[in-house]
Design a protein around this ligand. Structure first.
Ligand code: SAM
Length: 273
C-alpha cells in the first residue's frame, strides 16, 4: 500500500465513496494507505467532518462531472479531447477519466507524488502522463507536455482543483493565459474570504485551515471574492464564465439543500469558462 500525505488522505477521506465507479479507479483508491490523515482527522470534531465531507464531495463531483461531460462531447464529435490537471496530487480524477475515456490522454502535473502515482497507475492505464514539475516554471512543464504528445490542435480542458488557494496571483494569471493560448476550456474552484461567508459557517474553513497550518507549516491561503476572481479570469482572456456556489453544486449532487440551506453558507465557489 502507498502511504500518502496527511492532507491528501484528508481529502480522500472526505470524498463520497460512491463518486468514482470504475473498477480500476477503485482498485487505485484501495491501494492508498490513508493513515497519515489521522492526525488531522483526530483534531477535528464530528460536525467538521460532516461539513467538509459535503464540501469536498461537491468539489470532486463538480470536477468529475464537468470533465466527463467535456470528454463525452468530444467523443460525440468524433474527436478525442485531452485533459491537463494542474496540481493533480494523488487525486483519483485522472484515473477515473482515463478509465471512462480510454482514447483521451490525461496529464497529471504536480511537484510531488508523481512517481508514486505512476507506480500504482502505470499498469492499469496507458493514457495518463505523469509530469513532476513546479507550476511556477511554465517553460518546464509546457515542454514536458509536448514531450508527452500534448497536441494543441485537440480540444483541451485544463483543471484547477484545490490549487488556486496556494498559487501567487501572478503565477495563476500566467497559467490561465497559457490555457487561453491553447484555446482550452477551464474549470476550477477558489475559496471565499471568511467575512463573506455566513457567520454560522465561518468556523468550518477557519478551523480546517488552522489545523492544517498548525500541524504542517503550509503557506497562507489566498482567498478571492467572486468579483475579484472573475476580474482575474477576464484579465487572462476568459470573458465568458459561469460561477456557482457550493450550495448550488451540493444541491445538484445530492438533490437536497441540507446542510447548505443558506445561500452564503458555502466557502468554495466553482467556475468554468
Ligand atoms: C490541496 S492539494 C490538491 C490536489 C488535487 N488537485 C485535489 O484536489 O485533490 C494541492 C496540490 O498542489 C500541489 N502544489 C502546490 N504548489 C505547487 C506547485 N508550485 N507546483 C506544482 N504542484 C503544486 C501540491 O503538491 C498538492 O498536490
Amino acid at each position: 500500500m502507498l502511504k500518502i500525505s496527511s492532507t491528501s488522505a484528508l481529502v480522500i477521506n472526505w470524498t463520497d465513496k460512491n463518486l468514482y465507479q470504475g473498477k480500476k479507479t477503485k482498485q487505485y483508491i484501495d491501494a492508498l494507505d490513508l493513515s497519515e490523515g489521522d492526525v488531522l482527522l483526530n483534531a477535528l470534531d464530528k460536525a467538521q467532518h460532516f461539513m467538509h465531507t459535503q464540501a469536498i464531495s461537491a468539489r470532486k463531483y463538480f470536477m468529475l462531472s464537468k470533465a466527463s461531460a467535456f470528454l463525452e462531447d468530444c467523443h460525440n464529435k468524433n474527436t478525442c479531447g485531452q485533459v491537463v490537471i494542474m496540481a493533480a496530487g494523488l487525486s483519483p480524477l485522472s484515473a477515473s477519466l482515463a478509465e471512462q475515456f480510454p482514447k483521451s490522454t490525461i496529464y497529471d502535473l504536480d511537484l510531488y507524488s508523481m512517481e508514486e502515482k505512476s507506480g500504482l497507475l502505470n499498469n492499469l492505464f496507458s493514457n495518463i502522463s505523469f509530469i513532476k514539475t513546479d507550476l511556477n516554471n511554465i517553460a518546464h512543464w509546457a515542454a514536458e507536455l509536448i514531450k508527452n504528445n500534448f497536441d494543441s490542435t485537440l480540444p483541451t480542458l485544463v483543471i484547477f482543483e484545490g490549487i488556486v488557494y496556494y498559487l501567487e496571483k501572478e503565477v495563476l494569471i500566467n497559467l490561465l493565459k497559457w490555457s487561453k493560448a491553447q484555446d482550452a476550456s477551464i474549470i476550477g474552484d477558489f475559496c471565499l474570504p471568511p467575512e463573506l461567508i455566513h457567520e454560522d459557517y465561518q468556523i468550518y474553513p477557519f478551523r480546517v485551515f488552522e489545523v492544517i497550518r498548525n500541524t504542517l507549516s503550509l503557506p497562507p491561503i489566498t482567498f478571492y471574492p467572486r468579483n475579484e476572481f472573475c476580474a482575474l479570469l477576464n484579465e487572462s482572456g476568459y470573458k465568458e464564465k459561469e460561477v456557482e456556489s457550493s450550495p448550488e453544486i451540493h444541491l445538484q449532487r445530492t438533490g437536497n439543500q441540507h446542510p447548505f440551506e443558506i445561500s452564503n453558507s458555502g466557502w468554495i465557489d466553482f467556475w468554468r469558462c
